[in-house]
Design a binder for this molecule. Structure first.
Ligand code: SF4
Length: 477
């Protein structure tokens, strides 16, 4: 998963982009980058790690210009290395371009093989780089026409920003899998994955980009294009609402926190239980637990304390780190839990290993019984559109029944939100959504790229062996 942010027409474009990426840090913590343009040349700085660790005041000062785009990355296709860090930059005969992409392309491997067969040399293992190559090879005239030509060839999910020497272009795939919003700041324009980024910089929310929409912002003027064939339906990723997006963001004009709370209410009606307290698995289960508590009348207690200095376990790439993370991330409050019947609310169960440890921890802290409630249906399939769910055979709900999962995680009872409950609640969104990882109804077939994370066709080693940041120039050739 990734986050993108762009600014057009602001004297401190790189600084604003830094703040935007800071707000979007939850969407990717492996690498980050900013490209700025002063109208003559583009400057890029990318590094591995968190935004605040990569960028400093001296670095931002070396990224001049009134236009910039930025990216935070968590790999869902291609490894976690500096050469996969975005934005990607290229020099075309139309001038320098930089691209920042959120989403996953389901036909990237096939296109890449085709392009390599025609002599293309890729510098990363990311699916996003095929867009750069398609754009560079397009026979269309302007850079926006070339981008549209390139995007017409890819399938899957893209919320994408392209920076030229004088324009910011934003595009969303016809299905509308990933969010992308437009805002205004000090007479300029900003585009971001989520509204929380607009809030941080004090920008005004204008609107969501529509599925299949392309906007071109040049010299302070915005032009809207709808160049792609309409998708049969809109398929906004419902998992953004359930887990991924920040609760203070609005997605499709629906507040994420309020939506999660409503899921908790529905969950309480579907799976009531006699208990003394409702305890969230912080932070993702918080809003759903509050909804469950309000609907059921059972008191809400934060009896699992989270260490905020540990990164999200769900998106840790290494099995060993994930297990380590579960132990250091939460601690149970014995003084609250002892002798109590506890409802533990979580947003989703992926492998089940985290919940097994949490249920065990709550029991060891003296709880009399532990009832697990999950504010989404069983996750039975992988995501091909940009969320890092593991392969089907690693998903506990793809092979075990609810009763078997209950035994596996050691809970007294287990209740998932029903698919019908999710779909009824999602009607609040007033737009179509994707729930394929819960329903197995995939709107876009995975095709050749059934396992996108295995796109490692090349060595992922920097030429000089380094993984640090890099400042490079790209000028008109
Ligand atoms: S498969 Fe699941 S995670 Fe992927 S886009 Fe659809 S709802 Fe979102």
């Amino acid at each position: 998963m990734c986050g993108v942010f762009g600014v057009h027409g602001h004297p401190e474009a790189a600084h604003i982009t830094y703040l935007g990426l800071y707000a979007l840090q939850h969407r990717g913590q492996e690498s980050a980058g900013i490209v700025s343009s002063n109208g003559r040349e583009q400057l890029v700085y990318r590094g591995m790690g968190l935004v605040a660790d990569i960028f400093s005041e001296p670095i931002l000062t070396k990224l001049p210009g009134r236009h910039a785009i930025g990216h935070v990355r968590y790999s869902t296709a291609g490894g976690s290395t500096l050469r996969n860090a975005q934005p990607f930059c290229a020099t075309t005969d139309g001038g320098p371009v930089a691209i920042a992409h959120n989403g996953n392309l389901v036909n990237a491997v096939a296109i890449r093989r085709e392009l390599e067969g025609r002599g293309a040399i890729f510098s990363s293992t990311s699916d996003s780089e095929v867009i750069v190559h398609l754009l560079a090879r397009s026979r269309e005239g302007s850079l926006e026409d070339r981008l549209i030509d390139a995007l017409s060839r890819v399938k899957g999910a893209f919320s994408l920003l392209l920076l030229t020497d004088d324009a910011l272009i934003a595009a969303r795939d016809p299905w509308g899998f990933r969010p992308l919003v437009l805002g205004r700041l000090d007479g300029g324009f900003v585009v971001a994955s989520e509204t929380c980024a607009l809030d941080l910089i004090g920008a005004t929310y204008e609107r969501d980009l529509e599925p299949g929409e392309v906007i071109v912002i040049r010299r302070g003027r915005l032009r809207t294009l709808r160049p792609f064939a309409r998708a049969p339906r809109q398929t906004f990723c419902i998992f953004e609402h359930i887990y991924f997006a920040r609760p203070d963001s609005n997605l499709q004009q629906q507040n994420v926190y309020a939506f999660r709370k409503e899921l908790g209410r529905v969950l309480a009606r579907e799976h009531p239980v006699e208990a003394d307290m409702v305890v969230p698995v912080l932070d993702s289960g918080t809003a759903a637990a509050l909804g469950y508590a309000e609907e059921s009348g059972i008191p809400y207690e934060t009896a699992l304390i989270r260490n905020h200095y540990v990164r999200r376990t769900f998106i840790e790439p290494s099995q060993s780190i994930r297990h380590f993370g579960v132990k250091v991330k939460h601690n149970a409050v014995r003084g609250i839990l002892e002798g109590k019947r506890v409802v533990l609310v979580e947003d989703s169960i992926v492998r089940g290993t985290t919940l097994l440890k949490l249920v065990t921890m709550v029991r060891q802290a003296g709880a009399r019984s532990v009832h697990v409630r999950v504010s989404s249906p069983p996750t039975i399939g992988p995501c091909h559109y940009g969320i890092d769910t593991p392969s089907r055979d690693e998903l506990i709900a793809s092979t075990l029944s609810v009763e078997e999962i209950r035994r596996e995680i050691g809970a007294d009872t287990l209740g998932y939100l029903s698919l019908e409950g999710l779909r009824t609640t999602s009607a609040l969104l007033k737009q179509g959504f994707c729930d394929a990882c819960f329903s197995d109804e995939y709107p876009v077939p995975a095709g050749d790229d059934e396992s996108p994370p295995q796109l490692s066709l090349f060595h992922d080693v920097e030429p000089d062996g380094s993984e640090g940041g890099s400042l490079r120039r790209g000028g008109r050739s």
